[in-house]
Write a protein that binds this ligand. Structure first.
Ligand code: AMP
Length: 493
């Protein structure tokens, strides 16, 4: 039975979607004015894992994500770079989607742009004005937070505390309350007169005058269109709890009169660098693109995603999604060696399948095949406990230790190897960091091959001293020999 931690109740709750086997999931998408960094990747890898696990459990998941393609950050950057705002936002939207593909984030059903939903946004603002939750001032339409009595129920902040609002609170002198936020921002006609395209501020006609939507309203307009006024899961990183998600509740519940707008609120912890949130504004970021470029490797055959994606996915999922992750080169180095361990185990399994090795095991079901069922149960138990990926991943390494031990004892048959691979394939449908393709053999220089041959001959003659000496020389040149049942294997150290 799946349990999830709900930010709204601050408790783990049994997961029961509104409609039996259907899950409507919405996650706040990016503001597209720059390349995405690996902090963004953390949040999107987590929700990809969550959507894939829900699918594995038999739910039909509709995963919706918005793209904020109109925003002050976009306008300011476009003016800075002297390009038209739409050219800028389309360019970075494309880059974002490319990054998601490279990370094998394939679970999103629909990406919905804010600017494709202006009609829905205007309709929501009209309803808020009609119900008395919104008011008009000189620079736009604002939401009056004092009118919504449940204000603060998600973030546990009061309207008064909103006075010290932290991020993206809209400033306007005539606002009724300091925490009031903008729903529609009027565009000043004098801006529009400029002949320069890059200075053209985005605007759309509305019953109150030309303008553009505020940040919070795009999400509820989009979710209302695809899901209606109530749905199952809303996600994002924890910085969005306040004011963004609080504002979404104010908007949607005021419009519909129904609550809760969202049954389960899930929030990810930050990816940090030396304890500080990775953020564009702090300049401490690594773009997804740079990360993937740095960690590409040639000794793998093509899989739909590369080795950099595997490293990043492993790095993200080895920590529970609600805890912070501190990024460091050292950590990434550890991830690489853990992945190498998985790869080596996979190599052994794949080559065992190709043989007809028999063991002295007389039982019909071998030891490891019987244990696989236990591993599967333990995997589900860990994942059902609020998506406890670190516990689930520990099982993989437990299985590898056990498997290696049984390989040494010559107790793994081709059927066992197939059984283990089947299990790993199943869990990797959710994780996507195990490599099942064939690893292309590294080019081994011919002089090394010759030395390996000489060592084999020495071993055959029983000249262990010479064999050891050759092995040491080979090692000194950067290669290691592993003696296997199928003969010596050479690897680059
Ligand atoms: P933005 O484009 O800044 O609106 O961010 C898009 C998504 O990525 C939001 O859910 C953010 O909360 C999330 N995000 C941004 N920075 C980080 C970080 N350092 N760690 C985890 N998630 C982040």
């Amino acid at each position: 039975m799946l349990k999830v931690y709900n930010t709204l109740s601050q408790k783990k709750e049994i997961f029961k979607p509104r409609k039996a086997r259907k899950v409507n999931l919405f996650v706040c998408g990016p503001t597209v004015y720059d390349f995405s960094h690996i902090g963004h990747a953390r949040t999107y890898i987590v929700f990809d894992m969550i959507a894939k696990y829900l699918k594995q459990k038999g739910y039909r998941v509709y995963y919706l994500q918005n793209i904020t393609d109109v925003d002050d950050k976009i306008i300011n950057r476009a003016i800075e770079e002297k390009i038209f705002w739409k050219d800028l936002s389309r360019k970075f939207e494309k880059e974002y989607l490319k990054d998601m593909k490279a990370l094998n984030i394939t679970s999103v059903t629909k990406y919905a742009r804010a600017t494709d939903h202006i009609r829905e946004i205007i309709s929501q603002i009209e309803r808020l004005l009609k119900k008395g939750y919104a008011y008009q001032i000189k620079d736009g339409i604002y939401y009056d937070i004092s009118k919504f009595k449940d204000y603060g129920k998600l973030s546990k902040r009061t309207a008064l505390m909103a006075e010290d609002a932290v991020s993206r609170i809209d400033e306007a002198k005539e606002k009724r309350n300091k925490g009031d936020f903008c729903l529609w921002k009027f565009v000043r006609p004098e801006w529009q007169k400029s002949g320069k395209k890059f200075l053209r501020i985005p605007s759309w006609p509305s019953p109150w005058g030309a303008g553009r939507p505020g940040w919070h309203i795009e999400d509820t307009a989009i979710t209302e269109k695809y899901f209606g006024s109530q749905y199952d899961i809303h996600g994002g990183a924890r910085d969005l709890i306040f004011p963004h998600h609080e504002a979404e509740i104010c908007q949607m519940e005021a419009i519909s009169g129904k609550k809760p707008m969202v049954k389960y609120w899930l929030h990810t912890g930050f990816l940090t660098v030396k304890g500080q949130k990775m953020a564009k504004s702090l300049g401490n970021f690594i773009t997804i693109k740079d990360f993937l470029k740095k960690h590409s490797a040639r000794h793998y055959t093509k899989q739909s995603y590369g080795v950099g994606a595997r490293i990043l996915r492993f790095f993200v999922l080895k920590t529970h999604y609600r805890s912070p992750i501190d990024y460091s080169e050292k950590e990434i180095g550890q991830v690489k060696s853990q992945l190498e361990r998985i790869d080596e185990f996979l190599d052994k399994l794949q080559s065992r399948i190709g043989t007809n090795v028999t063991t002295n095991n007389t039982n019909r079901i071998s030891e490891i095949s019987a244990q696989i069922r236990e591993y599967l149960r333990a995997f589900e138990k860990a994942m059902d406990d609020d998506f406890n990926t670190p516990r689930a991943m520990a099982l993989v390494f437990h299985l590898i230790s056990r498997g290696n031990y049984l390989f040494d004892k010559e107790k793994i048959t081709p059927a066992d190897a197939r059984e283990i691979l089947k299990f790993l394939r199943k869990i990797d449908k959710v994780f996507n960091f195990i490599f099942f393709g064939e690893r292309v053999a590294l080019k081994i220089p011919s002089f090394i091959k010759k030395m390996v041959k000489e060592r084999e001959e020495a071993r055959k003659k029983g000249d262990w001293k010479l064999a050891d000496e050759i092995r040491r020389k080979i090692q000194w040149m950067g290669y290691k020999i592993e003696d296997t049942k199928e003969g010596p294997k050479i690897k680059k150290i």
